[in-house]
Design a protein around this ligand. Structure first.
Ligand code: SF4
Length: 493
């Protein structure tokens, strides 16, 4: 366990992710300065971090597990006047000490947020020179050259893609279908296995239909830009249910200006010819068929309950039916996998030749089985995720895929990132809009979080739906009222 004492607990959320990035397996406990004095735990048996914040200085002491204590004291900018500069100075000081003790560097330095490209995007918008961006990211945030280059490349690509659409005057629609054939080991989404919750599907669709009808009247003056059906796995629905749902969406919204209609067909074991045809008939122009890995033993281990053959069959079937924009997701760092496994997975994906490939790095989320049962998987922990990510980067470069969006997650392996790569013109526009928070997203379904972007005020407000399936069904009127109250209070959105 790592115990942390802060003289000002306001910095807890700044300190925690940095310490966790260096010591991902350790439990972290914050103590306040007074209770720490009475702490019964012997200092010599634990790692202890103590940070004293003064108005223009910061003192950090770290006691390692051998009882050695290291101390640094730095004069900084005035805490009250230059909050961000003060906070970043503290993070750098902490980073340098932890880096020297652990003999580790973090590729993203002290940048712990999930949207590093947003920072670069905003700087490009302000016409800041690339060299200046580079030097700022390096000095202020201690990012590696590799990550700065990637951020600049992606932010430029995103800007090019968004330039072609009047996204500020539009909005996008997200609809969540929270059912899956089974629950994956690492899953932290609001997803329910169809075996256990199948009897609720019809009630869920009825509630969703009510919300869809309400949502269609939310923005009479705005154009719908993209529609994304995610979850869960929407193709867990039967072909008839999918047909009905897509029909309701098309009947209620004007699709004249829609640039992308995307459906997650994530699990190959949920796909059939009939469903693929239904998607195409209703104008779905991008789907995702996600292997995560092409290693049979890993698929078994992570509870996907489908084979590599099923992935291949689903992909070829989708092509045969006529889908010409198919994304595939893979995950780097799955338990027990080596670089050779990743190379083999990429080799198999090469034969399928998808239009885009999203490379995720495993993030262990608190609610996932992988975290709850973590002791069972300690021996299978991957040690070279950075190398694996480089292998995938090289693969995409050689196969003509360009990186076009990026995000990070809490507890992501080796403090890395997720990157979407696509052939030219096959990018997922919704992914950029949501990750860069460029457009209002009206989100429907259980656990869905709507985000309202106020461009002039540079502000984003959120309105969420309950996660629990039964609550969503029984409280649908309340979900609608939450949005309607918000929109009534903000008529000029
Ligand atoms: S397919 Fe996705 S949403 Fe469904 S259980 Fe697996 S990780 Fe969760």
């Amino acid at each position: 366990m790592i115990q942390i004492i802060l003289s000002d607990r306001i910095y807890e959320n700044d300190v925690r992710p940095i310490v966790m990035s260096f010591y991902p397996l350790s439990e972290i406990r914050f103590l306040d300065i007074n209770s720490a004095k009475d702490s019964q735990v012997s200092r010599s048996q634990i790692r202890l971090i103590s940070i004293i914040f003064n108005r223009t200085s910061i003192t950090i002491e770290i006691t390692d597990d051998k009882g050695e204590t290291y101390r640094t004291h730095n004069e900084t900018k005035d805490q009250l006047l230059e909050k961000l500069a003060y906070k970043n100075a503290m993070k750098r000081q902490l980073y340098n000490m932890l880096s020297s003790l652990s003999k580790k560097d973090l590729p993203w330095g002290i940048l712990t947020g999930i949207r590093p490209t947003k920072l670069v995007y905003d700087m490009l918008d302000k016409e800041i020179d690339e060299k200046e961006i580079y030097s700022w990211m390096n000095k202020e945030y201690m990012c590696s050259d590799e990550k700065i280059e990637l951020s600049i490349l992606i932010a430029k690509r995103e800007r090019d893609l968004l330039k072609a659409m009047d996204y500020k005057k539009g909005y996008s629609l997200y609809i969540g279908i929270p059912f899956c054939p089974s629950t994956c080991l690492y899953c932290s989404f609001p997803s329910f296995s169809i075996e256990g919750y199948g009897q609720l599907v019809e009630d869920y669709l009825r509630a969703l239909e009510t919300e869809i009808k309400f949502a269609s009247s939310c923005f009479p003056g705005k154009r719908l830009t993209t529609v994304y059906l995610g979850g869960g796995t929407p193709t867990t629905l039967s072909a008839n249910q999918l047909d009905r749902l897509l029909g309701i969406i098309r009947a209620n919204f004007d699709f004249t200006y829609v640039r992308e209609f995307c459906v997650e067909a994530g699990r190959p074991d949920s796909i059939s010819r009939e469903k693929l045809e239904v998607l195409l008939n209703w104008g779905v122009d991008r789907i995702s068929i996600n292997p995560q890995t092409m290693q049979e033993r890993t698929l078994d281990l992570i509870g996907r309950r489908h084979s590599v053959d099923q992935i291949n069959e689903a992909f070829y079937l989708a092509r045969e039916v006529g889908h010409n924009n198919i994304n595939m997701d893979i995950i780097i760092g799955l338990p027990g996998e080596t670089s050779l496994d990743v190379e083999d997975t990429l080799d198999k994906i090469k034969k399928l030749n998808p239009d885009s490939l999203t490379v995720h790095t495993l993030a262990i989320k608190r609610a996932s089985r992988l975290n709850i049962e973590k002791d069972n998987y300690l021996d299978l922990r991957v040690k070279d995720a950075s190398h694996m990510l480089r292998v995938s980067k090289e693969f995409t470069k050689n196969k003509g895929y360009l990186p076009y969006y990026l995000y990070r997650q809490k507890n992501i392996a080796d403090n890395l990132e997720n990157v979407g790569y696509a052939r030219y013109g096959k990018e997922g526009l919704y992914n950029i809009l949501i990750m860069e928070e460029k457009q209002t997203i009206l989100a429907l379904g259980s656990g869905a979080m709507s985000k309202f972007v106020f461009h002039n005020e540079k502000r984003i407000d959120r309105v969420d739906n309950v996660k629990n399936l039964k609550d969503y069904i029984s409280r649908i009127d309340e979900m609608i009222k939450r949005k309607s109250d918000f929109l009534n209070k903000n008529p000029h959105l």
